[in-house]
Design a protein. Structure first.
Length: 294
């Protein structure tokens, strides 16, 4: 550590019927052995074994509750309302932190006291925890985030309570892209981002995760993406919708290419080829679900 002053970090885990993974998530937090941790779990009224698991670790928690809520974003917002930390983050109940992550984040916070968002690299795993893809990111770029692709792995991101109070809580009307909208809102309000070249967390890719289970019904996702795009659009707008659509696809291509180019320059890697594997993996999930239904 840079000094012996440990910034207080508040972590919120939203949970709903994820007992299969919840204990591993909790253990990954507690195994950090971080000296100034405030850990909160907001359960949405699970009917599986989740509450029993939470009670097992109750003495290590600053607060927990199991009650019906309006979904994941609402649960996270409820947790942040109870927070007293200098920096905040949420860790979903099927994701984990890697050893030493909180200490590494705290070190960055100490060295850069004016920073608002700290984010690192992360590992996408299958449901057993086997690594599928190691995501090494680059410094924050507004256009890449808005027009290209989300470049901040949410489990590996932390933000100051100051900036949270300044820009407002997560948009509870968003169920899929609330993190993307939040990062863009911080950036539009002058927030300062820093990227640490270290694997901070794992993101679990499995058939019961919301992103996979619900993504085939993509109407809501498309609505949220369009809402965010219109809210933060900074480029020229055309009255002709067809031209506007072509222009957006052009911006999307350019910024995705830009991201890969910068990854090659600064991280000596690219995600283009591994990304094809994920399409196969996603199709496999869909096939497995169809087979079960049949």
């Amino acid at each position: 550590m840079y000094t012996e002053i440990y910034p207080k970090i508040t972590l919120v885990t939203p949970s709903y019927n994820q007992a299969q993974f919840l204990e591993e998530t909790i253990q990954s937090v507690l195994d950090q052995n971080y000296r100034n941790l405030e850990y909160i779990i907001i359960d949405g009224g699970s009917t599986d074994n989740s509450v029993k698991i939470i009670k097992k670790y109750e003495k290590y928690l600053a607060y927990w509750v199991s009650e019906k809520d309006k979904g994941q974003t609402d649960a996270i917002a409820k947790g942040f309302e109870k927070s007293t930390g200098d920096f905040l983050s949420w860790l979903n109940s099927d994701d984990t932190y890697l050893p030493g992550s909180l200490a590494a984040v705290a070190d960055v916070i100490q060295r850069q006291p004016n920073i608002d968002v700290v984010y690192g690299d992360y590992i996408i795993t299958d449901k057993t925890g086997k690594p599928l893809l190691r995501k090494r990111e680059i410094k924050f770029d507004f256009d890449i985030m808005l027009y290209g692709v989300n470049m901040i792995g949410q489990p590996a991101a932390f933000f100051s309570k100051f900036i949270y109070n300044r820009v407002g809580r997560l948009d509870i009307n968003l169920n899929y892209f609330m993190d993307v909208e939040f990062w863009l809102r911080i950036a539009k309000n002058g927030g300062k981002f820093t990227h640490v070249k270290r694997f901070i967390a794992t993101y679990r890719f499995h058939e019961n995760s919301k992103t996979i289970k619900d993504f085939s019904v993509s109407v809501q996702c498309e609505k949220e993406a369009l809402y965010i795009l219109n809210k933060y659009w900074t480029k020229r707008k055309f009255t002709n919708q067809r031209i506007q659509g072509i222009y957006y696809q052009y911006l999307r291509f350019i910024n995705r290419f830009k991201r890969q180019y910068l990854k090659i320059i600064y991280r000596k890697r690219t995600d283009i080829i591994p990304g094809k594997y994920f399409m196969w993996y996603y199709k496999k999930f869909k096939l497995d679900r169809n087979e079960k239904i049949l």
